[in-house]
Design a protein around this ligand. Structure first.
Ligand code: NAP
Ligand code: F7E
Length: 373
């Protein structure tokens, strides 16, 4: 019998990769979607209509929908990935963030108990390095004290503890993966990495003049999302329910990410100034490989292509994340270095160079046909 998995957050970056991964392992995959005025679900569009992949309407804010769905699907494994996952947005929508990211976890646990599946259903909770927040030690491991530093992190801390509580109180197999930042070609476009790779591609191809960023000194341990979803699965296959730090063990600043991303887009940068006055200035430009873009670069030496805007500063910012993945490496046999930082930046820029080229092409075609004026 094929195992049955239920994924909340199936339309997100991780949900889409995890669906592909579990389908590849022969699972019957069920995902939760919520009603939206736009029905096109970009990241999972290629999976819709394929056998063994099923979508259901429910919402993390609606207990009854979750209880009914868990009862209908009878999952062997639940991957609770649904969240309002943007840290900066959590300052603007703290109550919604708490409802989905904190109480939502409780709703999933109770849906499992209500359906009497607590002995058979394993639950993975998408926890986060943001729990370490205003960090108390570097690097961070499973024993590092938490100091959440945003409404998002405080909500996720509740999720972490309620998972632990249900594990101890009801002997449930429920675990948290404490995942450090992981990125990809499918990353949301307002997270810093994707914002940079898309902007570098657009600036290189002349459709954007300048990229505005916040704190360039912030340090992150960035991995590749496709590698990280394997770990979510490994955590649920482990013989005991335990929590794991998932990270690469390597950190870089936002500035370093930007320098490398622009390099892969054919633009070399130097940095000048400090704080809000810091600027990224073009010092060299190379032509793009022809399969990526047929156009000559639109930027010139001396152009300022990155500026700092305080609009992207946060009331409290987490600035020094570095994970220690030793436990996952030792106990799960997971390779934290499968995709290096350099490979990650390159693959994201390559993808976005092609995306921007397609945007150009579509725009030219639409203009020609009079669809866009
Ligand atoms: P993401 O791309 O923002 O996806 C979030 C998913 O949650 C989307 O499918 C979204 O649905 C869904 N969702 C939000 N509110 C919902 C609600 N009320 N009911 C049902 N679904 C809802 O996030 P991600 O990067 O894939 O991250 C997956 C999980 O890992 C999240 O819990 C995140 O907090 C956590 N995490 C992420 C990272 C990282 O670096 N990516 C690191 C640590 C932890 P819509 O498409 O309808 O909006
Ligand atoms: O910010 C700085 C910003 O928004 C990274 C989520 O997946 O990972 C993610 O949260 C850093 C921060 O991700 C801009 O201040 C500078 O220090 O890409 P981010 P995040 O906040 O680390 C964790 C592990 C999660 O759990 C979350 O769900 O970059 N930064 N300039 C900027 N950030 C953004 N977004 N935009 C800027 O312009």
């Amino acid at each position: 019998m094929a195992k049955v998995a239920l994924i909340t957050g199936v339309t997100g970056q991780d949900g889409s990769y995890l669906s592909e991964f579990l389908l590849g392992k022969g699972y019957e995959v069920h995902g939760i979607i919520r009603r939206s005025s736009v029905d096109y679900r970009e990241r999972i569009a290629h999976l819709e209509g394929t056998p063994h992949f099923h979508l259901h309407y429910a919402d993390m804010g609606d207990s009854m929908s979750l209880v009914k769905l868990v009862g209908k699907v009878q999952p062997d494994e639940i991957y609770n990935l649904a969240a309002q996952s943007h840290v900066q947005v959590s300052f603007d929508a703290p109550e919604f963030t708490a409802d989905v990211d904190a109480v939502g976890v409780l709703r999933i646990l109770e849906a499992v108990r209500t359906n009497h599946l607590e002995k058979t259903c394993r639950i993975y909770q998408a926890s986060t390095s943001e729990l370490y927040g205003k960090v108390e030690e570097v690097p961070q491991n499973e024993n590092t004290p938490f100091h959440p530093y945003s409404p998002y992190a405080v909500a996720k801390l509740y999720g972490y503890w309620i998972i632990k509580e249900y594990r101890e109180a009801y002997n449930m197999f429920c675990c948290s993966g404490i995942l450090f930042n992981h990125e990809s070609e499918r990353r949301g476009e307002t997270f810093v990495t994707r914002k940079i790779t898309l902007a570098a591609a657009r600036i290189a191809q002349g459709t954007q003049e300048c990229l505005y960023l916040g704190n360039l000194d912030s340090l992150r341990d960035w991995g590749y999302a496709k590698d990280y979803v394997e770990c979510m699965w490994l955590i649920l296959q482990y013989d005991k329910p335990e929590d794991f730090v998932i990270a690469t063990g390597v950190q870089h600043t936002v500035r370093e990410f930007a320098t490398l991303a622009f390099h892969h887009a054919g633009i070399e940068l130097r940095w000048e100034g400090e704080g809000v006055d810091e600027k990224g200035i073009v010092v060299a430009v190379s032509h793009q490989p022809s399969e990526v873009s047929s156009q000559k670069s639109a930027v010139r030496i001396g152009d300022i292509v990155v500026r700092v805007s305080p609009d992207f500063y946060r009331p409290t910012d987490v600035v020094n994340l570095l994970g220690d993945p030793s436990k996952a490496k030792r106990e799960l046999g997971w390779n934290p270095q499968k995709t290096s930082f350099e490979q990650l930046v390159e693959l994201m820029v390559k993808h976005d160079m092609q995306k921007v080229t397609r945007e150009h092409f579509n725009l030219a075609e639409y203009l020609e046909k009079g669809i866009v004026k």
